[in-house]
Design a binder for this molecule. Structure first.
Ligand code: OSB
Ligand code: MG
Length: 382
């Protein structure tokens, strides 16, 4: 099993430049509607942002952690601590990104904090070179597939109404959240209304292996996959479950890096992987996992953390990479925010595709007064 940590192609050879200013900003944006999952219902997006300035060029990175440890152990607070006290001191001008990754490995875990820095540095380099991020990743432009994640609703009627809207927008696949007691009937209601859409469910770890017979009933609904049915930190039990159900298992929470992906694939714990660039430590590890999955006949897609336009743009560029074979959780900005902190927002073409934002780096600009309106913490580190 080759899971060597060498970065893909040229990216690891890029050198880190001199950073004139470094700022940490925490923003809090109200969601258009509460986002319900089996683990928590979020009403706001709180995000830690990293601003880098070098030779008059500015680039941003977004940490995908929530303010709480309900989906994942990292939080905006732990990420701030780890970035400030442990990771940024390892960033020195002249070292390569591969060397930076090696240094970061000394800090165990905290992939979301690591990704914030790595992605901001890669965005900075692309911006300095005047090329779009996907080009720096070595990937040609293409239309990006869309996908929507519909949260838990109070009733099947409300859920079907939300799916109707998404179908009208031509989303390429629709994901609905499920939990114990809000699953079979809800899935049936959606399937009866839309027999042919590409539909999947996400349980965020709400079931146990004892529910295998119950989960087998999901097989009747021609789902693309069931995402993270069992515990957030399990791989082995998913490998047992996958043998007992026909529907493809997709792992999200359990995959923290290439080694986990390789373990899951070797055990047959999933047939699909949700790659969240933040959760796995950044763009380079994401590209490695996607390529490894493709080499092993496993589909992969880009997950989302209801990011602001900064992280959303990163996810869009990432999906040009080899191995992102299925539509991801990449939806229009308006699904989450009335007013985002960047322009342009994500909108779907009439055929449901997403255009890569053009321009250097991630291709979106932060609107200063919107940022300040949403800012709840601001800290200049250099
Ligand atoms: O499990 O994929 C998840 C959002 C926050 C935390 C966990 C998850 C999600 C989503 C939303 O499903 C994905 C998105 O639209 O960004
Ligand atoms: Mg998920």
């Amino acid at each position: 099993m080759n899971t060597s940590p060498s970065p893909p192609t040229h990216l690891g050879q890029m050198t880190v430049g001199k950073l004139d200013h470094i700022d940490l900003v925490v923003v809090r944006l109200p969601f258009v509607a509460p986002f319900g999952t089996s683990v928590y219902t979020w009403t706001h997006k709180e995000a830690l942002l990293l601003k880098l300035e070098s030779g008059g060029v500015t680039a941003w990175g977004e940490c995908v952690a929530d303010p709480d440890p309900f989906y994942f152990y990292e939080t905006t607070g732990t990420a701030r601590h780890i970035i400030k006290d442990f990771l940024l001191p390892l960033v020195e001008p002249g070292i390569t990104l591969a060397e930076l990754e090696t240094r970061f490995r000394h800090v165990r875990g905290h992939g979301m904090a690591k990704a914030t820095i790595e992605n901001a540095l890669i965005n900075l380099t692309a911006t300095q070179k005047g090329i779009p991020l996907h080009e720096l990743l070595g990937r040609p432009a293409k239309k990006i597939m869309s996908g929507i994640s519909i949260g838990l609703k109070d009733s099947a009627t409300e859920l079907v109404a939300a799916v109707e809207k998404a179908v009208a927008k031509k989303y390429h696949r629709i994901k609905m959240k499920v939990k114990k007691g809000q699953d079979i009937e809800r899935i049936r209601a959606v399937r009866e209304r839309f027999p042919d859409i590409r539909l999947m469910v996400d349980a965020n770890g709400d079931y146990t292996l004892q529910d295998a017979a119950h989960l087998r009933q999901f097989d009747a609904f021609d789902l693309m996959m069931i995402e993270q049915p069992l515990s957030y930190n399990d791989i082995y039990q998913h490998s047992i479950l996958q043998k007992e159900i026909k529907t493809a298992v997709c792992l999200d929470e359990s995959i923290h890096g290439l080694a986990d992906a390789a373990t899951a694939i070797a055990l047959g714990a999933c047939r699909i992987i949700n790659i969240k660039q933040g959760r796995v430590g950044g763009l380079m590890e994401s590209m490695r996992i996607a390529r490894y999955a493709a080499d092993h006949g496993i589909d992969a897609w880009s997950g989302g953390m209801d990011e602001t336009g900064i992280g959303r743009a990163v996810n869009i560029h990432l999906q040009t990479a080899e191995g992102f074979s299925l539509p991801g959780d990449t939806s229009e900005t308006r699904i989450y925010f009335d007013e985002d902190i960047v322009e342009p927002g994500v909108v779907l073409d009439p055929d449901g595709y997403i255009q890569i934002p053009s321009g250097p780096g991630i291709g979106v600009r932060v609107i200063a007064d919107r940022l300040m309106k949403r800012c709840i913490h601001l800290e200049r580190l250099r």
